[in-house]
Write a protein that binds this ligand. Structure first.
Ligand code: FES
Length: 198
């Protein structure tokens, strides 16, 4: 009989928590994670099954660390989570920080969030040229910075800067921004929506 050789690699994924899959006895079995429009099912390590249930709500952005096992040609692979970090943290204000419900400290900056919205162009040039990815990156960063209660994303019609797509405007202030690099988005939102506590 041919023996099946699996290889193991560690992984780190960030996506939106959808829910759990339970075993017939009601125990948690797997976590459903939405990633780039696809739903992944990630088996939970025994140590996680008891501790996760009440700590996550559908729509939370989470980071999942674990191991994937796959056959040589990647035709079959299995994911197993050993650690789940909730990235969104409700940062109400200076003296009222809500800790991450999974007990893992947030590494994001502190400050009082200002209310605002991000006007994101949703017309064809922008949508086709990175607008969807920008929307996801904005959602993720808003959650990471604890801005989900104060900053909304609003899709708009053409902002008349199609050649620079994708485009957005940060409100208040009408700060125009074109094709931001994913790495710069956290700083951009931090500067615009988090008041320094110095
Ligand atoms: S399509 Fe986005 S600015 Fe015109």
């Amino acid at each position: 009989m041919d023996s099946v050789h699996y290889q193991t690699l560690s992984f780190q994924l960030e996506g939106q928590f959808v829910g759990f899959i339970n075993k017939p006895n009601g125990q948690l079995k797997s976590l459903r994670l939405m990633l780039d429009g696809k739903e992944l099912h990630i088996k939970l390590d025994k140590g996680l099954r008891g501790s996760l249930g009440s700590g996550l709500a559908a729509g939370d952005w989470v980071q999942v660390l674990g191991q994937q096992k796959f056959k040589g040609n990647f035709s079959e692979f299995k994911l197993k989570a050993f650690q789940v970090n909730r990235l969104s943290c409700s940062l109400e204000c200076k003296d009222n920080k809500t800790p991450n419900t999974l007990g893992i400290s947030s590494n994001q900056s502190s400050g009082c969030p200002k209310k605002g919205k991000i006007l994101l162009c949703n017309k064809s040039d922008c949508a086709k040229n990175g607008g969807k990815e920008l929307y996801q990156e904005l959602q993720k960063t808003i959650c990471r910075l604890g801005l989900e209660k104060s900053v909304k994303i609003e899709k708009t019609s053409c902002q008349k800067r199609c050649k620079k797509a994708p485009n957005m405007i940060l409100m208040p202030g009408k700060e125009k921004c074109s094709n931001p690099k994913p790495k710069s988005i956290a700083n951009l939102l931090r500067d615009h929506y988090l008041e320094s506590m110095d």
